[in-house]
Design a protein around this ligand. Structure first.
Ligand code: FES
Length: 125
């Protein structure tokens, strides 16, 4: 049902936890299942220097958050904002159709974190 890549990220999640001294934070929930994902970031000079996640959710949500953090780490804020759930699913080599909604959480959490940063530091974006 799940690709090896999904299982790898589920069994060995990357960047799990909370960034120390984070300056961006986004928490989003999935209305369909009630699962919750939180992303924290340290953004400096328009670049996502560090990003970590905490996911209270299913295995697909854990795997998508894990790979999404790897995909935006070191990227500019604009590049991070451009990350789509489709790109995340492709990077995971696919998700079962009934699990596609789980990947939306990662995209939304990244966007919510960056939005919180921009609210706090409008001059630095
Ligand atoms: Fe809730 Fe996957 S079932 S995020």
């Amino acid at each position: 049902m799940y690709t090896d890549c999904v299982m790898d990220h589920f069994n060995n999640p990357r960047n799990m936890g909370e960034v120390e001294g984070y300056n961006a934070e986004g928490t989003v929930g999935n209305a369909k299942c009630g699962d919750i994902m939180r992303m924290t970031m340290r953004i400096e000079d328009g670049v996502v220097k560090d990003v970590m996640f905490k996911t209270f959710g299913c295995g697909a949500a854990v795997a998508t958050s894990s790979i999404a953090t790897e995909m935006v780490k070191g990227k500019t804020v604009e590049e991070a904002l451009a990350l789509t759930n489709k790109a995340v699913v492709e990077a995971l080599e696919g998700l079962p159709p009934q699990k596609m909604h789980c990947s939306v959480l990662a995209e939304e959490a990244i966007k919510a974190a960056i939005a919180s940063y921009r609210e706090k530091t409008p001059d630095l974006t």
